[in-house]
Design a protein around this ligand. Structure first.
Ligand code: 5AD
Length: 431
């Protein structure tokens, strides 16, 4: 009889894509996707361990899934918590059938047969079969170009869970991207923890050259990428972004803190001044560039004046959107030894001040689009109202619009923006 699977995915875009890869491999083995964990023969948790007691969340979910095991379902744990906890998951939750880390996503075949209960090594050769990815969108395809991270930010668990950097050969990437375009996808998003550190292991091609090669392909309307490390933004990269119109005028550039003293303790490899200089150089070349960022508040030793430097940096850059978090101690990371913790109520208060400031900036940013006509990549009817079309602007805003004619999936539509809502824009297609 046909078997079914269900995957629960937490965390970043890399994890989303890893789940698409796992789902595709299962489909090839004759599994179909189940509607819920309760109906599935195989339940996979694709976990995240970036912050916030992520291990205990996984163990409590595994506790709930014990009942599913009793009715005969198999249970696997993938992702960064799997990598971090390894063997311990099988000890604490013996009803789990297998544990596999992110570097083993391509090797599900060996695990699913029951030959292996645990796969948490970092194989020198990765297996990555782009033909079996279950892509959820007919318009966009995400492509991992580099796995792991060689930066050693003192707060971060990623070097432990995803290992050292490995760039995929550009030959493979180009084949994958060509295939996605041939299938009618028009937007490509290149992914990596430090995407702009890409270097082809065979030809030495760097990230800027890769962007050029991708934008030379026909059928491509938009190219995005994330996440970029500020210390890896080169003059060449800025030039290529300026010169290639398909590259979205949108850059996710995590700053983490506006204080050089905090950045040094984080080992971010740049200062406040250097970050601002990078932003200025990009804006000079590409005035319409929109930035988003990640921020950590309450990092060990962060004083009130350090924190105010973060607020002033936000006002200076005026990010379109931000992802801000309270510092969360991660097992095995160097920041554990820094001492000088920021008390939780202070960290919470700082986080609220960040959100309050950003809300005003974001509101003004969204309002600045009202009255303008901007291209929107049409992705399908709006989730709330099927008579309304929805898509993304180049700056990554969701735009809902009405149109006298039916819009065609995967086309750029010029939309006259009438209204700015909380996080979205609303308008009407122009003839
Ligand atoms: N505590 C809080 N936030 C963290 N991030 C990474 N590690 C931690 C941590 N230990 C945030 C950073 C990073 C984003 C993906 O998650 O801002 O850019």
């Amino acid at each position: 009889m046909e078997k079914s699977y269900f995957i629960e995915t937490w965390g970043c875009q890399m994890n989303d894509l890893d789940s698409q890869r796992l789902g595709g491999q299962l489909r090839l083995r004759g599994y179909r996707r189940a509607e819920s964990a309760r109906e599935a023969d195989l339940i996979l948790l694709n976990t995240c361990s970036i912050r916030d007691k992520s291990e205990s969340k996984v163990y409590s979910r595994l506790g709930e899934l014990r009942y599913q095991r009793r009715r005969g379902a198999r249970i696997g744990v993938a992702g960064c918590v799997a990598q971090q906890e390894g063997e311990r998951i099988l000890e604490r939750s013996p009803w789990v059938d297998f544990v596999m880390g992110p570097a083993n996503v391509g090797f599900l075949d060996e695990i699913i047969d029951g030959k292996k209960k645990i796969a948490v090594d970092f194989p020198a050769e990765r297996s990555y079969d782009h033909l079996t990815i279950d892509r959820p969108s007919a318009v966009r395809a995400q492509v991992t170009i580099i796995e792991g991270c060689n930066k050693n930010c003192t707060f971060c668990i990623v070097p432990t869970t995803r290992g050292r950097e490995i760039s995929r050969p550009s030959r493979d990437l180009m084949a994958e991207i060509r295939h996605a375009l041939e299938q009618g996808r028009v937007e490509i998003e290149l992914l990596g923890q430090t995407v702009n550190a890409y270097r082809c292991p065979e030809t030495g091609m760097d990230f800027a050259a890769l962007l050029e090669a991708v934008t030379d392909l026909s059928g491509l309307l938009r190219l995005r990428f994330m996440t970029s490390h500020p210390a890896e933004v080169t003059g060449r990269l800025i030039e290529v972004m300026r010169d290639r119109a398909q590259i979205c005028r949108f850059l996710h550039l995590p700053v983490q803190s506006g204080s050089s003293a905090v950045l040094r303790r984080m080992k971010r490899l740049y200062t406040r001044e250097r970050y601002l200089d990078t932003v200025d150089r990009i804006r000079e070349a590409i005035p319409e560039m929109s930035f988003s960022t990640d921020l950590i508040v309450g990092f060990p030793g962060e004083s009130e004046s350090d924190f105010e430097l973060t607020l002033s940096l936000m006002e200076r850059v005026r990010f379109g959107s931000i992802y801000a978090f309270k510092y969360s101690p991660r097992p095995g990371t160097p920041a554990l030894r820094l001492g000088d913790p920021v008390p939780d109520p202070i960290a919470s208060e700082r986080l609220n001040r960040v959100f309050a400031l950003q809300e005003g900036i974001e509101r003004e940013t969204l309002r600045s689009y009202v009255g303008r006509v901007i291209p929107v990549l049409y992705e399908g009817p709006s989730a709330r109202d099927a008579s309304v079309f929805a898509g993304k602007s180049e700056h990554n805003w969701t735009v809902n619009f009405i149109s006298p004619r039916p819009a065609e999936l995967g086309r750029l539509v010029d939309v006259h923006i009438h209204e700015a809502l909380h996080h979205t824009l609303r308008g009407e297609a122009v003839a």
